[in-house]
Design a protein. Structure first.
Length: 309
């Protein structure tokens, strides 16, 4: 839980870039622009892109730099209201009912009001996100929305339209101030237009070599400069190959970290072969690289960097 005092929202695109940079996130101006507008207009930000490009990290950095709570709803197939929004503490309610009966209470309406009160309400991420005070609204991350089904997606429409949720036993609970909503999807399925219309949209792409190198410098400060350059150049070339799953920025950082832990100053064929499991996650891709493709790519990387290409 973030205990830092909430800070004001950025007042310009440049301030938004500075905010992200302060949290160690290397963003381009297009992302900073749509994020600034999302904060200014109090609209959810819908981030789409391949896995591992840094979509989730944006919400984390935003919560950290703004001093807000980060509330994360990790989506999955079969996610329902009781897991995402609220449920009642049935065990505690039964104890309350037994105690009321033992005390001779016979007013059924009163007993019902007692058990269906805030005291027995278990708040899940959606309800927690609507509970922020003015000036302290949390960052609400709805992560990998494409993993849920369309029924839950439809349920979110009320939340994103009016920032409220209806609990039959208590009534409608409305946010005093809308949370800062970040929605991510890996595009394993299309999200309905009705939900997208309520959001601002941005496609988070793989970074170019210059920006990825800056990311590695920030995230793996112990890595030697030559190693960092070779790692980034190698990964950039991998993304041009038709692999089952090309490595994202997260894998680049992991690989640079692993090589630094091995005290490597630069890449060599044996090290690349031995550590491909950090970078690639499918055996077919690893086997292809170990068949000679990795050595070829490494030779190209060494040649290009030595000539400053």
């Amino acid at each position: 839980m973030n205990t830092t005092a909430p800070r004001p929202l950025p007042k310009s695109i440049d301030e938004t870039l500075e905010l992200l940079s302060a949290g160690g996130y290397v963003a381009d101006r297009a992302l900073a622009t749509v994020l600034f507008l999302s904060l200014k207009m109090k609209r959810p930000l819908f981030l789409e892109g391949e896995a591992g490009v840094g979509k989730t990290e944006i919400a984390k950095v935003l919560a950290e730099t703004l001093g807000r709570r980060l509330i994360r709803l990790q989506c999955y197939e079969g996610l329902d209201v009781s897991s995402a929004v609220y449920e009642w503490n049935y065990a505690a309610q039964m104890i309350e009912i037994r105690m009321d009966e033992a005390a001779g209470l016979t007013d059924r309406d009163l007993m019902e009001r007692n058990v269906f009160s805030e005291r027995y309400l278990i708040r899940r991420p959606v309800l927690e996100a609507l509970s922020g005070l003015p000036g302290e609204a949390p960052v609400f991350l709805i992560d990998e929305l494409d993993r849920t089904d369309e029924a839950f997606e439809a349920f979110l429409l009320e939340i994103l339209s009016d920032y409220q949720v209806t609990i039959p036993e208590l009534g409608t609970i409305k946010a005093a101030e809308p949370p800062i909503v970040i929605i991510t999807t890996n595009r394993t399925r299309e999200i309905h237009d009705a939900l997208k219309r309520r959001c601002l949209y941005h496609w988070v792409d793989y970074p170019d070599a210059e920006r990825e190198l800056e990311i590695v410098r920030r995230k793996v400060p112990g890595a030697k400069e030559q190693l960092s350059r070779e790692v980034v150049a190698f990964v950039q070339k991998l993304r041009q190959i038709d692999l089952f799953k090309v490595p994202g920025v997260a894998e680049t950082i992991d690989w640079a970290t692993a090589l630094t832990e091995l005290d490597k100053l630069a890449l060599d064929p044996e090290t690349v072969s031995d550590t491909l499991g950090v970078l690639l996650k499918y055996q077919d891709d690893i086997a292809r690289m170990q068949s000679g493709e990795a050595v070829k790519i490494l030779s190209e990387v060494k040649a290009e960097l030595s000539t400053g290409a």
